[in-house]
Design a protein around this ligand. Structure first.
Ligand code: PBG
Length: 329
């Protein structure tokens, strides 16, 4: 008989043989920033997640720096939207302003925090699509220079990394060329390489006010039925020079993450998206599940499946719970 229970006898021996650790420095917390003053407004569909105005961002940054997580991902909500999403190409736009504030604040506190700029047009366009429209569809090639300019603007504002999330073909290459030409050869790109057209983004679109006015994103985001194609997307981003590859969403796509792991030598990220967060929160708030244990189990699953980085709205909660010294499993 295989006596597998021998190594499960005590908490100590279980810890000694545990294969997976949740790496706090590998956690990235998404933040939503808008114009205005004194704003800290809870996102109705995401309990515990807030939209901040720049003048109150310091409160959130103190928590992030205290937690010691690796980075933040910045999402801006502009005052005015237009056809081309010009706010994200504007050095005085909301994203650039927030990034500049965050980097200044960290410098002042002498703390290091990786600031990642999400590069997409959907929060900034009047129609809510991730690129410019031509004959009712998102035009791929015409959208590329706009993404490249948005990336350059974010980097000039101080972003340490850019993460194109629109699923335009060739977007990583376009951004790499523009950054290199401007001398930013050392700024890494994290591709949202295999991003599916998912209903799990619903609460995010509330938070970022980015739902498409008409239609859906199925002509650019991936079909959830396609696993092999997801691997092609990941490898295409690798060839274009993405430094980190991402799978998104997380929980329903762990098979993609696990298959990607032996296919590439680059770091892998996974986005534990808004709908995944909101389902946990709703069940926890209804008293149906033990939130701490569930979140710990979910984060463990991402690292076990092969992620090096996890973008998650649970990041701050998770670290706070560690201070309470509770036993995860
Ligand atoms: C922008 C973007 C989206 C998310 C991250 N970047 C929304 C979308 O594609 O509609 C979703 C994140 C989440 O649901 O937490 N394109």
């Amino acid at each position: 008989m295989e006596r597998l229970r021998r190594l499960r006898k005590t908490p100590l021996i279980r810890d000694m043989v545990a294969e997976t650790q949740i790496k706090v420095k590998g956690l990235i917390y998404p933040i939503f920033v808008q114009w205005g003053s004194h704003i800290r407004q809870e996102v109705p569909s995401m309990p515990g997640v807030y939209r901040y105005s720049v003048d109150r961002l310091a409160e959130l940054l103190d928590q992030v720096l205290q937690a010691g997580i690796g980075g933040v991902m910045v999402f801006g909500i502009p005052e005015k939207k237009d056809e081309t999403g010009s706010d994200c190409q504007n050095p005085k736009g909301i994203a650039a302003t927030a990034i500049r504030f965050i980097k200044d604040y960290c410098r002042e506190k002498q703390k290091d925090l990786l600031v990642i700029a999400d590069i997409c047009l959907c929060e900034y366009t009047s129609h809510g699509h991730c690129g410019v429209l031509e004959q009712g569809d998102v035009a791929n090639d015409a959208s590329l220079p706009l993404h490249a300019q948005a990336a350059l603007t974010a980097v000039q504002a101080g972003a340490d990394m850019v993460a194109p999330s629109s699923m335009m073909d060739g977007v990583v290459n376009a951004i790499r060329n523009t950054l290199d030409q401007a001398g930013y050869t050392q700024i890494p790109i994290m591709g949202y390489s295999a991003k599916f057209a998912s209903s799990f983004y619903g609460p995010f679109r509330d938070a970022a006010d980015s739902a498409p006015q008409q239609g859906d994103r199925k002509s650019y985001q991936m079909d959830p039925r396609n696993g092999r194609e997801a691997l092609r997307e990941l490898l295409a981003d690798e060839q274009e020079g993405a430094d980190i590859l991402m799978v998104k969403p997380g929980l329903s796509y762990l098979d993609i993450l696990a298959k990607a792991r032996p296919l590439t030598l680059r770091p892998l990220a996974v986005y534990n998206v808004s709908g995944e967060y909101s389902m946990v929160k709703a069940a926890a708030n209804a008293g149906m599940i033990d939130e701490k244990r569930i979140v710990t189990e979910i984060l463990t699953a991402f690292f076990r499946a092969g992620a090096d980085l996890v973008i998650t709205y649970h990041a701050l909660d998770y670290v706070r719970w560690q201070e309470g010294n509770h036993e995860p499993f």
